[in-house]
Ligand binder design. Structure first.
Ligand SMILES: Nc1ncnc2c1ncn2[C@@H]1O[C@H](COP(=O)(O)OP(=O)(O)OP(=O)(O)O)[C@@H](O)[C@H]1O
Length: 667
């Protein structure tokens, strides 16, 4: 910011933007047109726009949301309660354009109320969007545009627009180490009903966030399916309706029965599309990461030998473990190979891949669901909601590579109505495209009978202890008083309070104890944080740090062993004491390999997840050093260490303990 204030281009733009916004309310057009040399300077960094900027500007102008830009900025300026709702179907341009317009709005106000923060329910979506938006704005990632996700903060002092995993923003709001206020907060993908998004909305609605400046703005972005509920929750705020995406959406084709082997059925459907040479990329939805990987492996083996006219398809997984490699799903190769992207719920709403023409949907999702009565989480395989099924079907509306539908090209069409850019949404539907397809691997009655209308609110399905600890830490609200979009069951809240009490995190008045305050400092579930603190007492900090990091990072194993050789290499990593010791052993072997990717691949280990665990372990160690907790030397493998580790774990997880051997607890 300081740098920007001294930049003559910024000052020039800022003055003109301020004058324009005073005159018009807001500037009518974003960014210059090619050829406007005098103003062709990026107001955010003072540098001339590159040719790439203009290339992407053409693509942005073709998005359905582009027509809503002026009305959105007007509503943002004048909304009486400072809240604006944006409702539009997937792929209409909400996630990429709204943040940029908010940055322009904040710039026109001189960033006096603060900068722009955009939340995403998935860390990978925050990363991917930051990359795309930095590109579209012609700015440098990590400088003016940045992102914050677990174990990675790619922001700097000049960051004006930050994409942030919503769980992290919630932690920041609650923690003493938070980054403070924002001028505009965009809560994207509200229909996904993540815990943090629901909670942030509850807190904002109750006006309980003390660090909000007076004139800040909140923008809630959603799929149309959740719009009525959000309207009611926010008291009918101004709402921007994004026009429907042009193009015809294929009618779904249903299977008569649910296949016993989903992966096999999906692979066969992909191969059929490839052999029929139906143009366009393919998106396959399976329930779990494990099935995604199995499907990718099977497809990679089977599509190679097919006698196809073009190059063989590129098979790409898309799940939280992919990291920055996820961008490959957006890229086209020079050879124009067809992409087959295999994914799960992650791409229901985030990740709008423009070239998808064929969707193969299993109609299922695998989710962790917590049962407070038995205090246990289980993996539940269940039908997706009707709203998700519709979002998946709409993905097949894409444009095959090489068939760009940017307005300049449309103007050349022999159509008397193709005069102005404003009418482009109407025009696009008139352009002939080979039709796409949507194959549902289930009968029509399957979702009609079994699926809910909307995705289930995650706050009603998770263990609430971390949420309650967080709220108590900042005395933001009494958990029971908080006004949620969907209220969690009272017994789930009671159980969370009870568990925190058992952990000695609460005092007699129900407020956080000193121990509770320390527990809330760790980015870990309270039970695990307690076990880590206890490891100081039982002299096994080194091992417990590793275990905490491995249990928190993404799963270390990618899939069941694929060959006898891989199975043998994996067996060598297993520890006779069970999963916890195996995880420590895997981590230590990974470090000894020099964090080698090929070493991980040979054992079916998730290299990205292990790197994440390494980073998290470092962060936890730093935190312990800051709090001046006593550390201990590594002793993994000794009998004493084994017992110490068990005692530390029991200090946190005593509610889940069952004794089979002689007691190790002190008499
Ligand atoms: N990470 C990315 N890399 C490259 N292009 C992207 C990326 N994200 C989005 N796009 C482009 O921007 C277009 C609009 O996507 P955007 O995510 O803004 O839509 P959306 O309305 O928010 O959809 P959704 O609700 O599915 O996220 C896409 O069709 C694609 O062309």
């Amino acid at each position: 910011m300081q740098g920007l204030n001294h930049c003559p281009a910024f000052c020039r733009y800022y003055q003109s933007a301020t004058m324009a916004s005073q005159r018009l309310g807001l500037a009518e057009e974003s960014g210059p047109n090619p050829g406007e040399s005098e103003l062709a300077v990026n107001p955010f960094d003072g540098l001339p726009f590159s040719s790439r900027y203009y290339e992407l500007l053409e693509q942005r102008r073709a998005l359905p949301i582009w027509a809503s830009r002026f009305i959105f900025l007007e509503q943002l300026e004048s909304s009486p309660g400072g809240v604006v709702l944006v409702s539009g179907e997937p792929g209409s341009g909400k996630s990429t354009q709204i943040p940029q317009w908010c940055a322009e709005f904040a710039l026109a106000r001189g960033f006096q109320e603060g900068r722009v923060t955009v939340t995403q329910p998935h860390p990978l979506a925050a990363l991917s969007l930051a990359m795309r938006v930095a590109d579209e704005m012609d700015l440098t990632l990590g400088h003016e545009v940045g992102y914050s996700i677990p174990q990675e903060d790619c922001t700097g002092p000049d960051t004006l627009l930050r994409f942030c995993w919503d769980g992290l923003l919630l932690q920041e709001v609650a923690s003493t180490r938070g980054t403070g206020a924002w001028g505009v907060l965009v809560l994207d993908e509200a229909q996904e009903r993540s815990v943090a998004s629901d909670l942030l909305q509850g807190l904002l609605q109750n006006a309980r966030l003390g660090n909000l400046p007076g004139d800040s703005r909140v923008v809630v972005v959603t799929d149309p399916a959740l719009e009525p509920k959000l309207q009611a929750f926010w008291g009918n705020p101004p709402t921007v309706h994004v026009p429907r995406r042009p193009g015809t959406c294929p009618t779904p084709v249903y299977r008569d029965t649910v296949p016993t082997d989903r992966v096999e059925a999906a692979c066969q459907a992909v191969i059929e599309l490839c052999t029929k040479e139906a143009p366009g990329d393919v998106l396959v939805y399976l329930p779990s990461e494990e099935e995604i990987l199995l499907c990718c492996e099977s497809l990679s083996r089977e599509v190679g030998p097919l006698a196809l006219r073009g190059p063989p398809p590129r098979v790409l997984p898309l799940h939280p473990g992919c990291g920055p490699a996820v961008q490959a799903a957006y890229e086209d190769t020079d050879l124009g190979a067809r992409k087959v992207v295999v994914t799960h719920w992650l791409a229901d709403f985030s990740f709008s891949l423009p070239s998808i023409r064929h969707v193969i949907d299993s109609g299922l999702e695998l989710r962790s669901v917590y049962n407070p009565q038995i205090r246990a989480e289980s993996q539940v395989l269940r039908p997706i909601s009707k709203c998700q099924a519709e979002a998946r079907r709409l993905r097949a509306k894409g444009v095959p590579p090489g068939k760009s539908l940017c307005p300049t090209e449309i103007k050349h069409e022999k159509n008397p109505h193709t005069q102005t850019q404003e009418t482009c949404s109407g025009l696009l539907s008139q352009v002939f495209l080979p039709s796409g397809s949507c194959l549902c691997l289930y009968p029509k009655s399957f979702l009609e009978l079994e699926a809910p209308l909307l995705p289930t609110a995650r706050i009603c399905e998770v263990n609430l202890s971390p949420v309650v600890l967080l709220l108590k830490r900042r005395q933001i609200a009494e958990p029971g008083e908080c006004h949620f979009l969907d209220q969690p069951a009272p017994e789930a809240l009671m159980q969370a309070l009870e568990d925190l009490d058992y952990l000695a995190a609460l005092d007699d008045d129900g407020n956080l104890s000193d121990l509770g305050v320390i527990l809330s400092e760790f980015p870990l579930p309270p039970e695990l944080a307690k076990a880590l603190l206890a490891s100081c007492e039982f002299n096994c900090v080194d091992e417990m740090l590793t275990l905490a990091a491995m249990l928190t990072a993404a799963p270390g194993f990618t899939h069941p062993p694929l060959s006898a050789e891989e199975a043998a290499l994996r067996r060598a990593l297993e520890h006779t004491d069970g999963d916890h010791s195996s995880l420590i052993q895997v981590y230590e072997a990974f470090i000894q390999s020099g964090a080698d990717k090929a070493w991980c691949q040979a054992r079916g280990l998730n290299w990205a997840a292990l790197c994440q665990a390494q980073k998290l372990r470092g962060d936890l160690l730093e935190l312990m050093q800051q709090i001046e907790l006593p550390l201990s030397q590594p002793a993994f493998g000794s009998e004493q260490n084994r017992t110490d580790l068990q005692k530390a774990l029991l200090s946190g997880y005593f509610l889940k303990a069952g004794r089979v051997g002689p007691s190790i607890l002190p008499e």
